[in-house]
Design a binder for this molecule. Structure first.
Ligand code: C2E
Ligand code: MG
Ligand code: MG
Ligand code: MG
Length: 283
């Protein structure tokens, strides 16, 4: 059999690849309606202050509960949403939802900061700062209680653009955090120019640090780098008590991880926050 174009014939030998893109494409069309159909839900992971031994905030982590496909992890659909630009709507939605829950916690006496993850594309979304200030305008909270987390690779891809965008958000009082730090390729010259207040040490360094000396060295080095730049440090991925102890001794400021609390629904968080929560400091 001789096909008219070599190209077509080649495609015939790649049925899985083709189907995969079709699936991905339909997943993307569904993502927009998923927001409207309330298939997307924010989970919240506690963030604690190691020196004060108290819970100071939560990180919002998005979950997609698809009616047919079941749970789709963010690592699978966020990259697609970034490719199509849908991530901007998703970010707006995540910030609005996070604020809605944050108001409830404050009403209940839990003065929690809320952190929302944003993508590189959000940094070039000219509507984002205005959207956030509108959201906060009509309620008792202010953007000072909001943290935006952006990955190291997102900001370092185009540092000059990132600095301008981050500064605009910083001027509103938002706390800025560099996520997954240590896995990208940071230019130290650019890092020191970034208007960021927080550095999150990637969990790959934290997860095995109790038994791995090199990881310990990395963690200590990243903490002292952040300290010297006047940034606070968050360690993510704490799965055991010894890691928590080491990090506290190293002077790490904040921590997150399964050992402290897993990402959970707002209802479960309310339960987690209720006494006798280990990390509860009564205001
Ligand atoms: P991230 O922001 O670095 O979030 C931390 C990830 O580590 C989360 O995965 C969390 O569930 C997981 N984690 C927390 N503690 C531990 C631990 O002790 N051990 C281990 N092994 N893992 C832990 P998740 O929820 O699957 O999110 C993955 C990534 O997806 C996030 O990484 C973030 O980059 C992205 N993401 C999640 N929600 C959003 C969102 O609303 N918008 C955007 N743009 N990205 C999001
Ligand atoms: Mg994060
Ligand atoms: Mg306000
Ligand atoms: Mg991270």
């Amino acid at each position: 059999y001789q096909s008219k174009s070599g190209h077509q014939a080649y495609a015939l030998y790649q049925p899985e690849l083709n189907q995969f893109s079709v699936e991905r494409l339909s997943l993307m069309t569904e993502l927009r309606s998923a927001i409207e159909n309330q298939q997307l839900q924010l989970y919240f992971q506690p963030k604690v202050d190691l020196q004060q031994q108290s819970v100071i905030g939560v990180e919002a982590l998005i979950r997609w509960f698809h009616p047919e496909l079941g749970f789709i992890p963010p690592d699978e659909f966020i990259p697609l949403a970034e490719q199509t630009g849908a991530v901007r709507d998703l970010t707006h939605y995540a910030i609005a939802e996070a604020l809605k829950y944050q108001q409830q916690w404050w009403d209940q006496g839990h003065k929690l900061n809320v952190a929302v993850n944003i993508s590189a594309l959000d940094l070039v979304d000219m509507h984002l700062p205005e959207y956030v200030s509108e959201l906060y305008k009509n309620n008792a909270l202010s953007p000072e209680q909001l943290t935006l987390e952006v990955t190291e690779s997102s900001v370092m891809n185009d540092p000059d653009t990132a600095i301008v965008a981050l500064q605009r958000l910083r001027d509103m009082g938002i706390t800025l955090s560099i996520d997954d730090f240590g896995t990208g390729y940071s230019s130290m010259a650019q890092l020191k120019k970034m208007p960021v207040q927080e550095l999150k040490i990637d969990r790959t360094f934290v997860m095995d640090m109790v038994t791995n000396d090199e990881d310990q060295v990395m963690v200590k080095t990243l903490i002292s780098l952040a300290q010297n730049l006047g940034m606070s440090t968050v360690a993510e991925g704490i799965e055991e008590e010894q890691a928590l102890t080491l990090l506290t001794n190293y002077g790490c400021n904040k921590a997150q991880g399964y050992f402290i609390g897993k990402p959970m629904s707002a209802d479960d968080l309310a339960e987690w926050l209720a006494p006798p929560c280990d990390w509860l400091k009564t205001p």
